[in-house]
Design a protein around this ligand. Sequence first.
Ligand SMILES: [Zn+2]
Length: 267
Amino acid sequence: MKKQGNIRKMRAELKEVVEYHLPIGDELIFMNPLIGKKVRLSYLGQINCIHCGKKTKTSFSQGYCYSCFTSLPQCDPSIVRPELDLSYLGISRDMEWAKENSLQPHYVYLAYSGNVKVGVTRESQVPTRWIDQGAIRAIKLARTPNRHIAGVMEVALKEYFLDKTKWREMLKEQNGTEVDLFVEKQKAAGLLHPELQQYVSEENNTYTISYPVAIFPEKVTSFGLDKEKEFSGILQGIKGQYLIFEGGKVINIRKHNGYLIELEVEE
Ligand SMILES: [Zn+2]
């Protein structure tokens, strides 16, 4: 099989084992069956903005041209730091977009991917966000009416929980059975200002996520297609937005949003 086209971050579906599809051009490649096969990735030297399609030399904010990066609401600094979202005050790069996105219910969650981290996501992004981060377990901590309040809560909890995924740890084998997310949730809820406690979610289910990984790497080395224009190796698994190859070589597909790629799989 040989396909060519601009790639986008993998679409993930929560099944017994997560199912990944890679958008390339107009096609969707089911990635799980490629595990165990030799896969070659070649970068054809072109990046197209994932919003406007224009060629861009550099990818900004994982897939955008500079003009989109500096004007689109989905590239606003409040995407990375939700507490900066001011759309509840009517301030946004695009209020229509904000109504559909920021001014919608959000979850503050705790996820385990080698360590317990706190995060924020829009309601409709559960469980996609957890899968993208490679979490093996997650629990909803709070449901807030908008992005800003979720961000304020996350900031308050950053003192006690990490807010970043340690991706090297995430890609290694782990069971995390020593961590009880329900206990962590109670701890987190107790740390919140009384004004924020009203949002704590009554749903206490711990979600479990399994990834299609045949062999976990002992040691992890990441590579990118800017430097390494062509790569080939046996695909050993997929976790988060990473493809894991033999020898612990890993690539973050999300970082290559909009890259023109040729993908070849040896049958
Ligand atoms: Zn653009």
